[in-house]
Design a protein around this ligand. Structure first.
Ligand code: PA5
Length: 447
């Protein structure tokens, strides 16, 4: 198995009776998911996706990726939330957070439309000057403000640079099959389109064209990724928490929640896990945080953050637990050099592998945080391959769905995301929001 749960650092924090009773609830949640009768059951297409994905489209994705790789220096990927985080997490996990700076025969990849920052947009436009560009616009709805603004800007840039015919060869759109305006517009403009399946929500969509096209453009083996997801799916189908790491993870985190641990910190000891953390936060935050329920998902990268948030985790409010991603094999090792003058007093580790120091830091921290009253779930991950990324993604998705059903919420909707959007549209003067605008402006004046 590419993913295993180690529960040794939960000793003294969870008891057998609580785990046994939560295990029964997890089995019921699993039955509900399998029955396809649970809340949000029109958004569970992701469950069978590693087996039932559209093979013709998959072949088209690979062809498009080859075309993109040959025709540009920079691929700009436009999308936000579930239409952005998974692809970036995969590229950083499998390749590197410094992917754009590596020697490679694949294009640089920049992400746009995930913010409304003027600075971010103008900087990217300046980076694109004099370069050949392709675009992958990703939006299930096709109307999300942030990516829509970025698309306007980059579409105009490509039309100006290459003419409409040339731009058509360089713009690839991933969107809803039929309903959205983006699909209609793309068909009229002649852009190649890929599908976000109707029954797969944004944050569960990394194994669709949403993630697969940009990931393939980075030179990552998407066949291996889907195989990893498939093997993970098979493990997740098992109704035995000893053999099914997703059930085991869901059980422990819910036992901890019921013991008052309402914040979960996802911990990585490698910078290449940073965007996986971000993807995970969206998955769990949007899936569980509703009806005033849920575990608040936070994240850190150690040992970096041991020098910032480490103090709080060790000694602050005791409503926390950690889930540590322990990647067993990253890359060739690096040996710590000797310093004849031993200025820093570290010669006792000269000749040691750096990975040994990192894993020792992890062990030391696990024990220290346990001593400080913080339970730790350890998720052991085999390596940083494409296969393992697919395995890990499916593992987290499945555990999230089970957790949501244990909590008694619909893990596949996100009604709360609309609140800020409505206010923003009203304040920006969108037709139809006039009454709301007056009310909001009055409230803003009183602040
Ligand atoms: O998980 C979700 O559904 C959201 O995060 C969406 O992915 C995000 O809001 C972007 O939506 P869209 O793809 O419609 O532009």
């Amino acid at each position: 198995m590419s993913v295993k749960i180690n529960n040794k650092f939960l000793d003294g924090f969870v008891n057998e009776a609580d785990v046994a009773s939560m295990t029964k609830r997890a089995y019921s949640a699993q039955e509900l998911l399998k029955s396809k009768k649970g809340p949000g059951n029109d958004y569970i297409g992701w469950v069978e996706l590693p087996e039932n994905y559209d093979k013709d489209e998959f072949a088209r994705i690979k062809i498009a990726a080859e075309k993109i790789k040959k025709s540009c220096d920079i691929l700009v990927v436009i999308g936000i939330g579930g239409s952005y985080l998974g692809a970036r997490a995969a590229i950083e996990f499998v390749k590197s957070p410094l992917y754009n700076n590596l020697k490679k025969d694949t294009p640089d990849i920049y992400f746009a439309g995930n913010t409304i920052s003027t600075t971010a947009l103008t900087e990217l436009l300046s980076i694109c000057e004099g370069k050949d560009i392709c675009l992958n616009v990703i939006s299930k709805s096709g109307t999300t403000t942030e990516p829509a603004i970025a698309f306007r800007v980059f579409k105009a840039l490509l039309n100006e640079k290459y003419g409409e015919q040339g731009a058509r060869e360089r713009i690839f759109v991933t969107t809803d099959k039929e309903r959205g305006t983006l699909k209609q517009f793309s068909d009229e403009a002649g852009y190649e389109t890929f599908v976000v399946p109707d029954d797969v929500g944004g944050r569960y969509s990394v194994l669709t064209a949403v993630g697969l096209l940009p990931i393939a453009c980075a030179g990552i083996d998407i066949e291996a990724m889907m195989k990893g997801a498939y093997d993970s799916m098979k493990a997740c189908e098992l109704s035995d928490s000893e053999k099914n790491p997703a059930l085991s993870y869901a059980i422990y985190r819910n036992v901890l929640l019921e013991a008052g641990k309402s914040t979960e910190i996802l911990v990585g000891y490698e910078p290449y896990l940073l965007m996986l953390n971000e993807w995970w936060k969206q998955l769990y935050g949007e899936s569980e945080g509703k009806e005033h329920k849920g575990i608040f998902p936070a994240s850190v990268i150690f040992s970096t953050d041991l020098h910032s948030l480490g103090q709080y985790i060790q000694d602050g409010k005791r409503n926390l637990f950690e889930t540590v991603i322990d990647v067993k094999k990253s890359c060739e090792d690096f040996i710590i050099p000797n310093d004849p003058r031993n200025v820093d007093g570290l010669n006792f580790i000269s000749g040691e592998a750096l990975s040994h120091v990192n894993s020792t830091a992890m062990l030391a921290t696990l024990i220290a945080h346990n001593d400080g009253g913080v339970p730790n779930i350890v998720v052991e991950v085999k390596d940083k391959s494409a296969y393992t990324f697919g395995y890990l993604v499916y593992f987290f998705e499945y555990a999230c769905a089970i957790s949501g059903y244990i909590l008694g919420v619909n893990p596949f909707d996100q009604p709360g995301v609309e609140a800020y959007k409505k206010n923003m549209f009203a304040l920006l003067g969108k037709p139809g929001y006039e009454g709301m605008r007056a009310e909001l402006e009055k409230r803003a004046l009183n602040k």
